[in-house]
Design a protein around this ligand. Sequence first.
Ligand code: SF4
Length: 280
Amino acid sequence: MGKTTKIEWTDSSWNPIRAHNLKTGRVGWYCEHATTGCEHCYAERLNTAFGTGLPFKPGHRKDVEIFLDGMMLTAPLRWKKPSMVFVCSMTDLFADFVKDEWIEQIFAAMLETEHRFQVLTKRPERMNRWVKEWLAGISPNLLENIWLGVSCERQEEADERIPLLLDTPATIRFVSAEPLLGPINFGCQGCGTVSDAHKIWCTVLKRAPTVGIDWVIVGGESGSGNRLMEPAWARSIRDQCNEAGVAFFMKQMQGKRKIPDDLMVREWPIPIPEKYPVML
Ligand code: SF4
């Protein structure tokens, strides 16, 4: 399968979690806002126009039946060309309305194919817990084709979510700083008096053999009502990545602004380390 999505950092998206509007019968997707980064959710706009017709603001769970779409679940098995696949671009795989057994079936489906899957969440607590429990009985090498990532829009979310990502067994870990709504300091600045969370950060961009961030995506908010992204915030992240040898991908500026030449860096696909063991 070739490129089938407009999202620049992947080849295609895959959405086996679907929803059915109980009043209108329309089928689409379901999610619930989790954080300020969700305020102008692109998936919500698509769902309102082309899916169930319902917004993703909490309060609509009773209006839908959320289900695992069996045909969609097995779709990657039918894609001939190995691709990079963004998993659940229209929802959050680790939201509490997604049943454990569905997550298990989705992970099992991913492991059956040659594709590389990118799982991105704003709910890393559950991802951390779930992946550890699931892997407990099987070889950690099985996760080689599944990349795990968290979205972080500001320092606050980064401080909360990245330590959880780092504590989650994965071959490749990535951060999506989109929509970027404030500066983010990823790394060790020679700090001495820092929180526990920040101490963990000090290793983040240093790329210790088994613990580190491999890839950072940055993007401003798009669509109507888009919020400020100072180019300086993106430049700072680019420079931090450069310094630490971490791949960087500049997806977009705020609104329809053009990406300045110096920020037009798009490292993708990133090199996969030959031997990069997962630590349980
Ligand atoms: S978690 Fe993702 S899909 Fe769900 S509301 Fe937030 S931005 Fe949208």
